[in-house]
Design a protein around this ligand. Sequence first.
Ligand code: NAP
Length: 492
Amino acid sequence: MAAEFVPVDPFDLVIFGGTGDLARRKLLPALYHRDADNQFSEDSRILAVSRQDMDDAGYVAWVREVLEAHLPEALDEDVFARFEKRLCHIQLDVDDADGWQAFAERFADNGERICTFYLATAPFLFGKIAAGIADAGLSDAPNRIVLEKPVGHDTESAREINDAVGSRFDESRIYRIDHYLGKETVQNLIALRFGNSLFEPVWGRQAVDNVQITVAESLGVDERFDFYESTGALRDMVQNHMLQLLCLTAMEPPASMNHDDVRNEKIKVLRSLKPIAPGNVRKTTARGQYGAGMVDGEAVPAYGAADPEQQAPAEEAEAETFVAIKAEIDNWRWQGVPFYLRTGKRMARKSSQIVFEFKPVPHSIFGDEPLQPNRLVLRLQPEEGVEMSIMTKEPGPGGFRMRSLPLNLSFSQAFEVAYPDAYERLLMEVLRGNPALFMRRDEVEAGWAWVDRILEAWRMEQVEAQEYMAGSWGPTDAFVLLDRDGRRWYEG
Ligand code: NAP
């Protein structure tokens, strides 16, 4: 089945941080792919901003190298011939007030094109860049601004950024990225819940025993040690990706797919999250840091180890590379249903999924034959799809031998279409001016408020990260977290 590609109106996309890692690995390949599908008008431009002394031709040559290194397929010369004509480089140190005049001049002749400013830089520059854009006379409607994650590193810094950007751009024109919202399976979660009448009656405390959300990576922190030490898994993964998945899983049906209808429901979930405080932090969270171990058949060093032979994490290393949380939602639908969240680096394998474990049958008529609970598994990666496990009778005579079997739906097989990267979708949504897949200010701040309390509780209770072996499913405390409730993580 062929996907439909709808062209977008002419645009100027300005990438602050157009020479950075994110631009290299994600943004430029995503834009090239959308151009390959003829979604951009001839006069649309992509303008990269960085401090480097580089002209447009230099940037084109650099982008060619980047695409050759990062595209999963060979570079198509015809597509690149079209793509390169859009590329420009603007040398600007955003800290340098004098540079903005020359920046403004690059837009003197941009006609009807809507400017979208994509801030792929460190977040402490966001306010400064928004001010520079406004001073250059480019912040008026319909121009838009995109903020990469993270928006700040706690509630206070998030507010400062939101205030600074919000004083120049109207909230309706601020797009805060969480790339998980661009993933097909995450959107399929909405399709599954609200496009089928089957699930609503069982979506809540009457039928669901617990929900488990796992985002596991087999990669380590490696050269991002300094960044990770100042961030940790709770800030890096839970405040944004995990909470967004939780919201979409637990929210009430929105009135429509309109962006504010969906976001109004998500914020209610965030506001219903039971706070985690010093009194309950040890029973509701687990913190871990990986030691050396084996991942995908290879020996890997401990977190922050300067020497690859070093078995234990670096002595000064403090950040958690793993976190597990028992989250509870204080509302009617989910009262008493724990949402277990878990994310970590150097886990047994790369795997992201949302698992619903349903309650056991109230009475078994099959004697001693064990019955497993029904599970609904939404796989986000590696292979996107939905799986439902159901109890069946093994064929053959001689009584009932019960077996759990999966009903398996693989999206890639069902649709026979390559799934675009989340950034491809998100960039197109921004260029179309559709904010549904982006976070609103109140969501970001509510997420930080919940996470800040956990950080504070860890600090007050001196909860240190417990070492786990690379290639495992995390520290002992993560298993104890569920064991205490008589449950286990689903690893299937
Ligand atoms: P990076 O590799 O360090 O790139 C930073 C970019 O910002 C470079 O292009 C740099 O250009 C530019 N820059 C820095 N200071 C500047 C200044 N004063 N004036 C103008 N340009 C300046 O960082 P990154 O990994 O791409 O990450 C960028 C942001 O995205 C960060 O907030 C990060 O947390 C977030 N993010 C990254 C990823 C990822 O996979 N990398 C994923 C999600 C979110 P020059 O140094 O060449 O001037």
